[in-house]
Design a protein around this ligand. Structure first.
Ligand code: GDP
Length: 177
C-alpha cells in the first residue's frame, strides 16, 4: 500500500480574487459564476504525483485585507500556502505583500512553501498588475509564481500540484542541512 501523506494548504488573499473559484475548479472541475461570499470552506482531494499519493486538505478562507490578524490556525500545522491576487486589482496585490509579511512573522525562521497566484488572467485588458511584477515579488520570497484563470480552467490543477512539490522541496532542503 502506498503511503498517503497529509498536506494542509491554506488559500489566502483579498476578497473576490477567485480563491473559492480556484479551489472549486480544482476539486469539482467546474466554474460557477456566482458564489455566496465564503465564510470558510474546506476541500479534500487525493492527489497522485508520480508514485506518491497526497491527501490534500485545502482551507479556502473568507478573505483578508491589510488589517487582518491571521489566526493561529492559519499558521500552526499548515504545510503550505497559495496566496492569490487578481491581475485586475492592484489593491489585491498590495494586500498579498502585507499578508506574506504577517505569515513570515508568524512562522519565524521556518521556511514557508508558497505559490503566488495572479488570477483572472483571462481579463487581461483590465490588468492593473503585470506578470513581471508578480514574478519579481515571488522571486524576492524564493517562491513560485503563476498566473491563472479559474474561469478558463487555466493552470488551476498546476497551482495545487505545485504547492505539494514546493512543500517537498522545502522539506528536502531541511534534510540536507
Ligand atoms: P473569493 O472571494 O476570492 O473566493 O472569490 P470568488 O471565487 O468568490 O470569485 C469572485 C468573483 O470573481 C466571482 O464572480 C467569480 O465568478 C469571479 N472569478 C473568479 N475567478 C475568475 C477568473 O479567473 N476569471 C474571471 N473572469 N472571473 C473570475
Amino acid at each position: 500500500m502506498p503511503l498517503v501523506r497529509y498536506r494542509k494548504v491554506v488559500i489566502l488573499g483579498y476578497r473576490s480574487v477567485g480563491k473559492t473559484s480556484l479551489a472549486h475548479q480544482f476539486v469539482e472541475g467546474e466554474f460557477l459564476e456566482d458564489y455566496d461570499p465564503t465564510v470558510e470552506n474546506t476541500y479534500s482531494k487525493i492527489v497522485t504525483l508520480g508514485k506518491d499519493e497526497f491527501h490534500l486538505h485545502l482551507v479556502d478562507t473568507a478573505g483578508q485585507d491589510e488589517y487582518s490578524i491571521l489566526p493561529y490556525s492559519f499558521i500552526i500545522g499548515v504545510h503550505g500556502y497559495v496566496l492569490v491576487y487578481s491581475v485586475t486589482s492592484l489593491h489585491s496585490f498590495q494586500v498579498i505583500e502585507s499578508l506574506y509579511q504577517k505569515l513570515h512573522e508568524g512562522h519565524g525562521k521556518t521556511r514557508m512553501p508558497v505559490v503566488l497566484v495572479g488570477n483572472k488572467a483571462d481579463l487581461s485588458p483590465d490588468r492593473e498588475v503585470q506578470a513581471v511584477e508578480g514574478k519579481k515579488l515571488a522571486e524576492s520570497w524564493g517562491a513560485t509564481f503563476m498566473e491563472s484563470s479559474a474561469r478558463d480552467n487555466q493552470l488551476t490543477q498546476g497551482i495545487f500540484t505545485k504547492v505539494i512539490q514546493e512543500i517537498a522541496r522545502v522539506e528536502n532542503s531541511y534534510g540536507q542541512e
